[in-house]
Design a protein around this ligand. Structure first.
Ligand code: BGC
Length: 920
């Protein structure tokens, strides 16, 4: 699509906007390492970002000044004791890297920024933001602790009962330590991590609201720690710091039911923490984990991601986490083995409970259980009210769908029973919510209750990394609205610690192709900057010594490596991340490993055709035509990565590498043409995906592109205008149809409700994106249970087209993190209006359009300090009104580009014969 600006457009357009409302600019939404006021940060040179806000039109930042100090008042007075950039003539507002005095550990730094606008007018400083450093690599005044080394398998002696279970899972470990505070405290922090997952508490109150901390990394290489401000939780006198730990990803069941004897990382969870107390008199005290901590058991019989949780409230040790508890039978902790891994402050937003969803129905199932329907397939768990005699066993099973008889469809969970069990204590009303597990479900079957539960007895609690949601999107079509909602729900639940393929069966892994095809969609839905940056470190950590990027990251299946489109994520995602978020450091951090990957692929495929895989080639996973040419896919990806490497080298100023990868790209392209493309523009394999990838990566000779495109269209027609693509092709379907002039077909595909289509799943009740087009069909019912997830975001990669083309907000491949972007809505049959707002890194961008009898009206908002090309398509003779004034231009030109600065715009494109000259 043309990116060219109408000649003289900027000058021409200034007379159509009223610039009178301009007031001074403001910096808002200040972030440090793309996080709002991060507590605990180890980055020695953090990047500062802000959004420029200002009323009026064509607003620009011409200069900025950042000041940083460890004293808030100093910053309020305009002094930067640690860093004062002075006035920097620059319009940049993202990732300004700290170059001040070395940062000390355990210190809160305050910062603000002031701006100068396009006229040199100076703004007041922004509201003060802060970041607080963590240990910065310093040693921990604490030692690792774990279960005492007594009894068989290191278990504590059973407290009157056995914790044995069919999964051989150990009971959760309860850890406590008493200490006394004798004088007033100025501030206190808890630094904590686990090999496993933990929840810490102080005097009985949970510390923070993180779930599944410390998250998932390659625990052999790096481990995140968390920082909590617990100043207000400490009391003068006796205090108890406590922690509950469980297996989590470290020693629990993860990925294909693997665990013991081949435990992924270790066999018993461990905990490491210390309190850092700063007294009002300035003295500092550290209270860390060590042999003086006590270990015991409690109600949690086991808690595992795949198997579920058993909580026996009759075993609870009330008050175990408070002062005054007689810890009789508790033992000194065992010494943990620890880890050689790097301990680093958590880089991404934590996992939190995102929301609660009430049940919409409760019905009896054939087996007598009560099935709650939450109306939405989610990732999370159930909070259940229980009123039952002591010792009553209540069971909660989870499923995404129901069998025809109303029972739960659990076959697709494979070896993940997703079964939570609660044994009632007998109190008049108990509230049970599992601690260290999550499930993918819409339905929960509850059995064992003495009487029929009310609809309000259960709520679903939604879990996921707490990312800033950045899109609102609505159209006149219920199908499209639901498709958008399904994509957003699949992202919300599957962005849990890492971007997982699915949340329900015994898999839940960071499959690299899924995460790359969905990257652009994800980056519209939420601010995934910190989340993907962290995951890219997992990808890098998982690179083999030969240079192969993994098929899943963190790596847990050592045999899965380097598949085309999967391993390539290690090159593509850093680059796309840079384009989207504008942080060049990500390219620097990954460049060496990106090169190693290219060498790895190149060594096996010296001719430029990627025919030889050292490992698997999954092809166009889950495509419907089954005949996708794997070498075509692999070679197209090879070309794409070579091109991305050339661009990256250019950005990093590596001229030789740029030349090398440009040559490589050319070599791959000509090999591709010789081997796979015939004189009529047909590509080997002839699948939709083969054409899509060939066109997307520019593999066809220019003169054959149109022919190739017509073969693609013919294939759609041959399938009665249906798609056949799998994971890899699906992302390109609507964008390529649109770019080559058939947006009508893209509209047809997204609105279609016949099999196979997104709409088919929707009219059959989907509330998330299905893994397979035929996950369930009217004729055949459920697909094979061995692979049938109903919450798999990969096919949701079409979201990029919904937001980028139907709404028209930017497109992939636009560098600069929306500093300069396009607003180019593509209208199509079947939709009367569309309205979207996207919270870009530089501020909110809005695009909306609506059909009228007179023509089409558009509304656009362009954030301050950015510019946009509004690109519209009109019928010959249509007249254009910008903010109610007609633009005098050549009405024979079909594509109109309006080059505009910031502001809110109304554009009307009225038919030739309409009498209207004003906006409605
Ligand atoms: C996963 C996919 C993944 C694929 C690789 C599946 O089991 O669910 O999403 O990409 O394996 O072939």
């Amino acid at each position: 699509m043309s990116d060219s600006v109408m000649p003289g457009a900027s000058q021409l357009l200034s007379k159509y906007v009223d610039e009178s409302q301009a007031a001074s600019l403001r910096a808002e939404h200040l972030t440090c390492e793309m996080l709002v006021n991060p507590l605990g940060m180890d980055e020695p040179h953090p990047g500062f970002s802000w959004q420029v806000v200002g009323t009026g039109y064509n607003r620009l930042q011409s200069a900025y000044r950042i000041i940083v100090s460890d004293d808030r008042q100093t910053v309020a007075e305009g002094l930067g004791t640690h860093w004062d950039t002075g006035r920097i003539e620059s319009d940049e507002s993202l990732h300004i890297v700290y170059r001040g005095r070395p940062l000390s550990p355990f210190t809160r730094y305050y910062w603000t920024v002031e701006l100068w606008d396009e006229n040199g007018s100076h703004s007041a400083a922004a509201q003060i933001a802060w970041f607080e450093t963590g240990l910065r690599g310093g040693s921990w005044p604490a030692t690792w602790i774990r279960v005492p080394d007594v009894g068989p398998e290191g278990k504590l002696p059973p407290a009157g009962t056995t914790y044995d279970n069919e999964f051989s899972l150990d009971p959760c470990l309860y850890l406590r330590c008493s200490f006394t505070i004798r004088r007033p405290v100025a501030s206190a922090r808890l630094y904590a991590t686990a090999l496993g997952v933990y929840k810490a508490s102080l005097n009985g109150g949970t510390v923070g609201d993180h779930e599944f901390a410390p998250g998932w990394t390659d625990y052999a290489k790096r481990l995140s720690y968390q920082t909590f401000d617990i100043t207000s939780n400490l009391v003068l006198g006796d205090n108890v710091l406590a922690a509950l730990i469980s297996d989590g990803w470290y020693s629990g069941y993860v990925g294909y039911n693997r665990r013991k004897p081949a435990a992924h990382y270790g066999s018993k969870p461990e905990f490491l923490a210390f309190l850092r107390i700063v007294y009002e008199d300035g003295e500092v005290e550290a209270i860390g984990t060590g042999p003086h901590w006590q270990a015991g058991r409690g109600a949690l019989v086991y808690s595992d991601f795949l198997k579920g949780e058993k909580c026996d409230a009759t075993l609870a040790a009330p008050g175990w986490d408070r002062p005054g508890f007689l810890a009789s039978g508790w033992r000194p902790c065992g010494a943990g083995r620890g880890t050689p891994a790097k301990l680093e402050a958590q880089r991404e937003e934590p996992i939190r409970v995102q929301m609660e969803i009430p049940a919409v129905a409760v019905r009896a199932a054939p087996d007598g259980s009560w099935v709650f329907d939450f109306g939405q397939n989610i990732v999370g768990r159930v909070r259940l009210r229980v009123a039952a005699p002591r010792g009553t066993t209540v069971s909660i099973r989870h499923a995404e769908a129901l069998n025809p008889d109303g029972s739960l469809y659990t076959a697709n969970l494979r070896s993940a029973p997703a079964h939570d069990i609660y044994v009632a204590s007998g109190e008049s009303e108990e509230l049970y919510e599992p601690q260290f597990t999550f499930h993918g479900f819409r339905y929960a079957a509850v059995s064992g209750l003495p009487s029929q539960p009310s609809l309000h007895a259960a709520v679903a609690r939604v879990l996921g990394n707490d990312l800033r949601r950045t899109i609102s999107f609505e159209t006149s079509s219920e199908i499209i609205n639901r498709l958008h909602a399904n994509i957003a729900w699949s992202q919300r639940g599957n962005f849990l610690a890492v971007p997982t393929d699915c949340p329900q069966r015994d898999e839940r892994l960071g499959w690299t192709a899924d995460a790359q095809v969905f990257f652009h969609t994800a980056a519209y839905l939420a601010d995934v900057s910190a989340f993907y940056r962290k995951w890219l470190i997992d990808v890098q950590d998982a690179q083999s010594k030969e240079g192969a990027f993994p098929d899943v990251a963190p790596r847990i299946c050592s045999d899965r490596n380097g598949a085309p489109a999967w391993g390539d994520a290690g090159v593509l995602v850093p680059f796309w991340h840079y384009e989207r978020y504008g942080d060049v450091r990500i390219l620097r951090d990954h460049y060496a490993s990106m090169r190693r990957w290219m060498d790895y692929v190149g060594r096996a495929n010296p001719e430029g055709l990627r025919l030889h895989e050292l490992n698997l080639n999954y092809g166009d996973w889950l495509s419907l035509d089954g005949t996708a040419s794997k070498p075509v896919l692999a070679t197209a990806y090879y070309a794409l990565t070579a091109q991305v490497m050339a661009k990256t080298a250019e950005i990093l100023g590596r001229a030789e590498d740029f030349a090398e990868y440009t040559r490589l790209h050319e070599k791959i392209r000509s090999s591709f043409q010789r081997a796979f493309i015939d004189a009529a523009g047909r590509v080997q394999g002839g699948t939709q995906t083969a054409y899509l990838l060939g066109l997307y990566t520019g593999m066809f000779p220019t003169e054959l592109e149109e022919a190739a495109f017509s073969h693609l269209v013919a294939d759609l027609e041959a399938h009665d205008w249906h798609l056949t693509t799998g994971f890899i092709g699906v992302r390109h379907l609507c964008p390529i149809l649109t770019a080559y002039g058939r947006p009508d077909l893209a509209y047809h595909l997204v609105l279609d409700t016949t099999y196979p289509s997104w709409g088919y799943s929707i009219v059959n009740g989907a509330t998330t994106v299905w893994e397979r087009w035929d996950g369930w069909t009217k004729d055949r019912g459920f697909q094979t249970p061995s692979m049938n997830s109903f919450n798999h975001y990969a096919f949701g990669a079409v979201g990029e087209w919904l937001y980028g083309s139907m709404a028209g907000i930017g497109t992939a491949g636009q560098a600069g993190a929306f500093k300069k972007f396009s607003l180019s809505p593509i209208l199509g049959k079947g939709i009367e209006w569309c309205s979207a707002e996207f919270g870009s890194p530089r501020g909110p961008i809005r695009a909306a359009w609506r059909r009228h009898p007179e023509g089409i009206s558009y509304e656009f908002s362009i954030p301050a300090n950015t510019t946009a090309n509004i690109i519209l398509f009109r019928d010959v003779g249509a007249r254009i009104f910008l903010n109610n004034r007609e633009i005098a231009d050549d009405q024979d030109i079909h594509t109109v580009t309006l080059s505009l600065g910031s502001g809110n715009y109304q554009v009307n494109v009225w038919h030739k014969h309409t009498s209207h000259t004003q906006a409605c």
